[in-house]
Ligand binder design. Structure first.
Ligand SMILES: Cc1cc2nc3c(=O)[nH]c(=O)nc-3n(C[C@H](O)[C@H](O)[C@H](O)COP(=O)(O)OP(=O)(O)OC[C@H]3O[C@@H](n4cnc5c(N)ncnc54)[C@H](O)[C@@H]3O)c2cc1C
Length: 736
């Protein structure tokens, strides 16, 4: 994906309003010799300004989202979908729960804020926080579905929104439309500890909002706190009891708890302390923006408008910091236009001392929000322009002596950062590195060996390392073996030692995570420099006294079962062109990260006669190998082939993997029932190369359904009977 590792890392933590401005500018003018990484817990970033409108059904959910994978692919930014759990500015490290820390040169922290959730609601199953906003609609829908089960249509739901600031008022009014659109009947109430709703707003604006809430029969309880949560009832501090099937917290913004693990100075309000330049008060290379920032000298309200206005200052100041120039201060505006959707095609607004509630205000809000989002939803790949910052010296020409091996210091630094568990299988391994690893044949004889190697298919080396390990292990599992040890082969792009150490550490840590989960020892390996990040493993295993599960052995009448959906080749090709939606990538990665050993265990249980894993040659290629080895034929049903979401759409746009033409060379061995089947997506899926694909097995017909049930219980929900073994030796027939 790149030919040189840039020498500096700019990392944006959180894909909120300010950080995404930097990403957008990067798209137009990337900074030379700097890598941009965006970290977010979700593959889609939600724009809060449009959530109320989405609740009211005025927008489709995708209209309020930025698809980070597509955005990253369009601008060459590395996307890491993970939650940050800590931050160490001295070591310049960003921490995560489940993966190695990531180093940065410049970081910008913008992880937003969370509603102030009372401990009273901590154990209340009915309580739904408005954050994380990315999951709010799903959480709300799940809860409504649960509540509706066993309830009669005219039995009203009681919905209580806690917090009557702008977000609480908007959500209450727009939620009414949402609930009505789902044919639910509901009573609403709005509770706030302040004496007035919409604190900080003009009296006339408050008046307009009160009037609208009254008109919609929303019971407003101002100056009241929730004191107790009693099942599906809330008690307020004046003794009032409120029925509450759903409790939505949209209270004032408080710091996310994780900020306690950020070793940076904080203000009294718990948010990170910043200077006017948006830098942390004690660290020049750390910027803090949006709701997460607390200006020591001049606090501003927690509102998206401030976060948005900080974007251009952040972008300039990051470039200035990289060039060691003087930074410019952020000057917050005094007042701003405020528009609150009421969900009925109108909005309440205030501007320059005037308050209004009308359709024009909604049109205005809609125009502003759509215009804003259009800037972030343009995923067309950008032709790389001239870098913005001064170009550094070109990297010195590197000789490729000794096969371009990376420096020993890079390797040892990476290995030091990893925890490599000991294993009975290893007599001497990476604990005392020598010319070769020594094995312990008493622990397990080496009876089965396989190697697999591929180019990094995404920019996150940890993720690639995990998938590479599972992909390599799968060959041993597909033979019916138990993997015991693995040797790594890695190619990393040239670069400065810190960047190389980081890439290698992330890559190997990903592999180690999967190896450790199945007690496989990392024995050693070989690392070279090359143009692209590549990784593979040789895996050694034993058969544990069992017969191997080969490709030969299929008998006519058996059912062919495939355990994972097809389509990763096309999706990855689509991703390279910024065409692949975030939710499709999420689903594809979840499939790739599902280890195949449970499926092979089930194959053995149901007396599978032949087993293989579907990888680079695609389903057709691997099945033809099985048919040749078994001396039989097969009939495949295209309609039964499980496909990844997005495969059909991308396929119909002509997106193909670069391996597709080679895989189609097997087409002359395929008999198609009618020629029009060749136009179907299922037919294209036959030739799509898979990465960490599923297991294909021949199972006696009588137990095929039971086998599918076991596979679904083991997490292979898409496992399907895709065809039948026939007597027509070597012929693969494809039908509807
Ligand atoms: C319903 C609602 C409507 C609103 N409407 C408006 C409005 O119309 N106008 C207005 O000015 N303000 C509005 N606000 C307030 C506005 O949402 C915030 O002020 C604004 O989002 C702050 O921007 P931000 O970039 O700081 O944070 P956010 O936009 O919240 O972005 C934070 C990002 O950080 C990510 N993140 C969180 N934790 C982690 C972690 N541990 N590791 C990595 N990433 C993490 C999140 O997933 C998110 O992508 C509204 C708020 C709500 C709740």
């Amino acid at each position: 994906m790149q030919t040189n590792l840039p020498s500096r890392d700019l990392v944006l933590i959180g894909a909120g309003h300010t950080n995404m401005h930097v990403a957008r500018m990067w798209r137009m003018r990337p900074i030379s010799d700097v890598r941009l990484t965006i970290i977010s817990p979700f593959s889609r970033a939600t724009y809060s300004g449009m959530l109320p409108g989405t609740l009211a059904g005025l927008y489709e959910p995708h209209e309020m989202e930025i698809d980070l994978y597509r955005f990253g692919a369009s601008c060459g930014a590395r996307i890491i979908i993970e939650e940050v759990t800590g931050f160490d500015p001295d070591a310049k490290q960003i921490h995560f729960a489940d993966r190695p820390s990531l180093r940065y040169d410049i970081a910008s922290i913008g992880i937003g804020s969370v509603p102030n959730t009372s401990h009273v609601l901590a154990d209340n199953a009915a309580a739904l926080s408005i954050k994380p906003m990315a999951t709010f609609l799903n959480r709300l829908n799940n809860q409504l579905q649960r509540l509706q089960a066993g309830r009669s249509g005219d039995d009203p739901l009681s919905i209580c929104v806690i917090g009557a600031g702008a977000a609480g008022v908007e959500v209450t009014l727009c939620l009414q439309t949402y609930i009505a659109s789902r044919s639910h009947v509901a009573r609403f109430c709005l509770v706030d500890s302040g004496e007035e709703i919409l604190k900080g707003y003009l009296p006339n604006t408050r008046q307009l909002a009160r009037r609208e809430l009254e008109r919609r029969e929303v019971a407003v309880h101002s100056g009241r706190r929730v004191s107790e949560s009693l099942g599906s009832e809330l008690a307020l501090d004046d003794g009032t009891k409120l029925p509450a099937d759903v409790v939505i917290t949209a209270t004032s913004a408080t710091p996310p708890q994780v900020l306690e693990q950020f070793q940076l100075p904080r203000c009294e309000d718990g948010f990170l302390a910043v200077r006017p330049t948006l830098q942390s008060t004690e660290n020049d290379d750390v910027f803090v923006v949006g709701d997460t920032a607390s200006f020591v000298d001049n606090p501003v309200p927690k509102a998206g408008v401030y976060a948005v206005r900080q974007g251009p200052v952040l972008w300039q100041n990051i470039q200035r910091r990289l060039q060691r120039q003087t930074l410019r201060p952020f000057q917050p505006q005094r007042g701003f236009l405020s528009l609150l959707a009421t969900g009925d095609g109108k909005a309440i607004g205030q501007y320059r001392g005037r308050s209004f509630h009308n359709r024009l205000a909604w049109k205005w809000k809609d125009y502003i929000d759509r215009k804003f989002m259009r800037m972030y939803q343009d995923y067309r790949p950008m032709a790389m322009q001239q870098p913005a910052a001064n170009s550094p010296e070109p990297p010195a020409m590197r000789c490729r002596g000794c096969g371009g091996k990376v420096g020993g210091n890079v390797l040892s630094a990476a290995l030091e950062r990893l925890q490599i568990p000991s294993s009975e299988f290893v007599r001497q391994g990476l604990d005392h590195p020598d010319d070769a690893a020594l094995l312990n044949p008493q622990a397990a004889p080496v009876e089965v060996v396989s190697v697999d190697f591929f180019q990094a298919f995404m920019d996150d080396p940890y993720l690639v390392g995990r998938v590479a390990a599972l992909n390599a292990l799968s060959d041993i599992w597909a033979m019916g073996g138990t993997p015991r040890g693995a040797m790594a082969m890695v190619t990393i792009p040239a670069g400065k030692p810190p960047q190389q150490v980081d890439a290698l550490t992330q890559l190997l840590a990903g592999g180690l995570r999967e190896f450790s989960a199945v007690d496989v020892a990392l024995l050693g390996g070989h690392t070279t420099e090359g143009d692209e990040l590549m990784v593979g493993y040789t895996v050694l295993g034993d058969l544990g006294g069992n017969e191997p599960l080969t490709k030969a052995g299929l008998t006519p009448g058996e059912r062919l079962i495939l355990t994972k959906p097809l389509g990763s080749g096309v999706l990855l090709a689509g991703h390279a062109q910024a065409l692949c939606r975030g939710e499709w990538i999420d689903e594809m990665l979840a499939g790739m990260l599902r280890a195949n050993h449970a499926a092979v265990g089930i194959a053995r249980k149901f007396q599978a006669t032949a087993v293989t894993d579907v990888t680079g040659f695609g389903l057709a290629g691997h099945l033809l190998e099985m048919l040749d080895a078994s001396g039989v034929g097969a009939e495949l049903s295209l309609a039964a082939l499980p496909q990844l979401s997005g495969f059909e759409e991308l396929s119909s746009q002509g997106v193909r993997s670069s391996l597709d033409p080679a895989n189609r060379l097997s087409e002359d061995q395929i008999k198609v029932e009618t020629p029009k089947l060749r136009a179907l997506a299922g037919y294209q899926a036959l030739f799509d190369p898979q990465t960490s694909g599923g297991i294909l097995m021949g199972i006696p017909a009588a137990v095929a359904q039971d086998c599918l049930t076991d596979l679904a219980d083991a997490g292979f929900k898409s496992a399907s009977v895709v065809g039948t073994v026939t007597t027509k030796s070597g012929i693969l027939t494809v039908c509807q």
